[in-house]
Design a protein around this ligand. Structure first.
Ligand code: PCA
Length: 120
């Protein structure tokens, strides 16, 4: 059983925590549909739904196996309520695909907005 996951931050290729993706399959570069924004947290980004957004967020789609998904959930602090994993809409060629992403689950008030793309 595998899943498609959109990564937009430190899990991307060349980024700081990319090793967590080891052994998984890069599917392609992707952008979310409008309606999401990135905020700078403590050295990593958080993506949140943002109805006024027109640009979406850039990232990568990966196919991950069930064990890797568990590893990612632990890494992203799901149990601590840091992020939640949720299906999100992407633009073509992934518009019809069921793809999940880690949305920041805590309060972003006071955090700086960092546009559409995270650079490590
Ligand atoms: N890692 C996850 C969420 C934010 C982060 O730094 C990612 O790259 O998608």
């Amino acid at each position: 059983m595998s899943s498609l996951v959109f990564v937009y931050g430190t899990l991307k290729r060349g980024a700081r925590n990319h090793r967590v993706m080891a052994g998984q399959e890069f599917v392609g570069a992707a952008r979310t549909a409008p309606g999401f924004r990135l905020f700078a947290l403590d050295g990593f980004p958080g993506m949140v739904p943002w109805p006024d957004d027109r640009d979406g967020v850039t990232g990568e789609v990966w196919r991950v196996d069930a064990l890797a998904l568990q590893r990612l959930d632990a890494f992203e602090g799901l149990a601590e309520g840091l992020y939640r994993r949720e299906a999100i809409p992407l633009l073509a060629p992934f518009a019809e695909a069921n793809v999940e992403a880690y949305l920041y689950a805590r309060d972003i008030s006071g955090r700086a907005e960092i546009g559409s793309t995270w650079q490590d």
